[in-house]
Write a protein that binds this ligand. Structure first.
Ligand code: MLT
Length: 237
């Protein structure tokens, strides 16, 4: 388990990186693809998002920009997964830039396999890892502007738990065991935990409790976003 700020470009790449940003980027990505978005294109730079998406017809794109939990002016939406309904996203490319999650994606984009994980698609990530058994897996929490994230860590624990129970020696480092323990403790009270987390508090100040409740639903969606090109995610078929 890593937290984005620790990763430096010189770090060796894992065989597989799982980017986690439960509140809300990777929940939004899984939800949009499940709702029929053609693909999700992630940008750490919002200006680049606006420029690249210009080439797409307005009815074939949807621009999601979030900073500080709020919608970026000029975008079609912020980063709420609740807005990623089939009516909104079906057949469109979702261009997304968020405070942390899209930056995390960029940090690990050179890994051979990049997946996005959230509580809503936890089992789909576990199934992929069980099936493909990559040698090294990074579960990368996005955090908040360099700070540790409780919700991303508990999701990393939810992903690691089945592997830990199968073979405790597999976990690799203290952070994973800590994440597994955190998930075991809070797995039935994720909304309560998320509401106590610093980013959950930020979202509550923005009256986004419904987003938190949605993001806390374990295994809601059986979808696996996979990076097919740098920054471009589609559904793993
Ligand atoms: C992030 O990138 O940190 C989150 O997605 C922010 C948010 O959606 O509130």
């Amino acid at each position: 388990v890593y937290h984005t700020p620790e990763l430096t470009p010189t770090d060796h790449n894992p065989d597989c990186a799982v980017v986690i940003d439960v509140l809300r980027a990777t929940t939004t990505i899984a939800t949009a693809l499940n709702a029929g978005a053609e693909a999700v294109q992630a940008f750490s730079d919002i200006n680049q998002l606006m420029t690249v998406s210009e080439a797409w017809a307005a009815d074939r794109r949807i621009r999601a920009g979030e900073r500080g939990g709020k919608q970026v002016e000029g975008c079609d939406m912020g980063n709420s997964p609740l807005l990623c309904t089939p009516e909104q996203v079906q057949g469109k490319r979702l261009f997304i830039s968020t405070t942390n999650g899209t930056r995390t994606l960029q940090r690990v984009e050179n890994a051979p396999v990049v997946l996005t994980g959230a509580q809503v698609n936890r089992q789909a990530v576990v199934d992929y890892l069980s099936q493909h058994q990559p040698e090294t897996v990074w579960l990368v929490g996005s955090g908040w502007e360099g700070a540790y994230s409780l919700e991303d860590t508990v999701c990393a624990g939810a992903i690691a738990l089945p592997f830990y129970e199968q073979n405790p020696a597999i976990v690799g480092n203290d952070e994973v065991l800590g994440a597994v323990s955190l998930y075991r403790q809070w797995q039935d009270q994720l909304v309560e935990l998320f509401c106590q987390a610093s980013h959950g508090q930020r979202l509550l100040r923005l009256d986004l409790l419904d987003d938190i409740k949605y993001c806390a639903q374990t295994d809601l969606l059986n979808v696996l976003p996979l990076q097919v090109e740098k920054g471009l995610l589609t559904l793993k078929s």
